[in-house]
Design a protein around this ligand. Structure first.
Ligand code: SF4
Length: 338
């Protein structure tokens, strides 16, 4: 295949090996080898970003599917996915893309100039980089995001947040909205189930929030792995201490997949219990995902309790609410509304 562009954050190691510092994995890659993410390749002592512009998945999705419930509700967003991932989640629900490699996908390369044109497609509010981990396509993002933002398109990242601090801030400085996974709340869980580092993710969540990016968090609840009171309470406490009780939280249902087929789907009552704990500890916007139930994804005013956005599947009805202000009690609601 045609090599991608030369990669940033590469450092000489020994001989013709290189060390990549784009993400906390700090892969040491021998000549001819690939990093854990599978898209960064050492050729003769130089690291190349072979995933550059490779987007085999392109779909128009409801913004609620990202999930983002407080970001232009009811809108559609062109969603693009590449291949590769820098985590190795045993339960990966998107492993065909996440564990794929760019080899043989040359035809799906979208030059940065064309991405801007695609984003103008009728009815899309911008581009969501999603399906696989978008930030490992760092060099492409650096080339395309300024033009996307300049064209007025909104930029959304659906990300695991597992990147080194400097490149993360560079991506977030050109991002409007992010749904970031917090996959569990112990280093042990991250190491054993995802191959990543919780501390790095939390630092990045906080950085994005402090930079003014609209942030929503997804916590996939896995029975017996991260649904215990300590992990959930620790997560909620961290959000209250470091972000805000207004940050939308999505507790989503696990289904057996990939290399975790011995764990049953999350009981809906577990999700309802966790939602109750979150609401009781002061969180204002708590949603249940991958499960259908009355009010699981409605947005209520935390001031007066009125339903502001009614969601039935991906059908969204905004009512009693304008430009982020509750029409009954005038409470301002966290989000991007226009
Ligand atoms: S971005 Fe890829 S190659 Fe670089 S450190 Fe992370 S997993 Fe390794």
């Amino acid at each position: 295949m045609q090599p991608g562009v030369e990669a940033e954050y590469q450092f000489p190691h020994e001989g013709v090996s290189v060390r990549c510092e784009l993400c906390p994995n700090s892969c040491i890659i021998p000549d001819g080898g690939r990093g854990i993410c599978s898209v960064r390749v050492n050729r003769g002592g130089a690291l190349f970003a072979d995933g550059y512009g490779i987007y085999p998945a392109v779909h128009m999705d409801p913004i609620e599917k990202k999930p983002l419930n407080h970001f232009l509700p009811g809108s559609s967003i062109l969603s693009v996915g590449s291949v590769g991932c820098n985590l190795r989640c045993l339960h990966c629900q998107n492993h065909s893309l996440a564990r794929g490699s760019p080899l043989g996908l040359e035809d799906s390369r979208i030059p940065p100039g064309e991405m801007v044109g695609i984003s103008m497609k009728r009815g899309s509010v911008g581009i969501a980089f999603t399906y696989n981990e978008p930030t490992i396509n760092f060099e492409y993002l650096m080339d395309v995001l300024p033009d996307l933002r300049g064209s007025g398109a909104r930029v959304v990242m659906v990300t695991n947040g597992h990147l080194s601090p400097e490149p993360w801030k560079r991506v977030m400085s050109m991002t409007d909205g992010a749904n970031i996974d917090v996959k569990g709340f112990t280093e042990e869980f991250y190491r054993d189930v995802t191959g990543g580092s919780l501390r790095s993710v939390l630092e990045n969540v906080r950085a994005a929030f402090d930079m003014g990016v609209h942030v929503e968090l997804t916590y996939l609840v896995i029975p017996g792995r991260n649904d215990d009171g300590d992990q959930v309470a620790g997560f909620l406490q961290w959000v209250r201490d470091h972000l805000s009780t207004s940050v939308p939280l999505h507790f989503t249902r696990f289904h057996p997949d990939h290399r975790m087929t011995d764990v049953p789907p999350t009981p809906v009552k577990t999700l309802e219990r966790i939602r109750g704990e979150a609401v009781d500890s002061g969180h204002e916007h708590v949603y249940i995902g991958n499960a259908w139930g009355d009010g699981f994804n409605d947005t209520n005013c935390p001031g007066c309790g009125k339903v502001l956005i009614n969601r039935d599947g991906y059908s969204t009805r905004v009512k009693g609410f304008k430009n982020g202000i509750c029409s009954s009690c005038k409470r301002e609601i966290y989000g991007v509304w226009k």
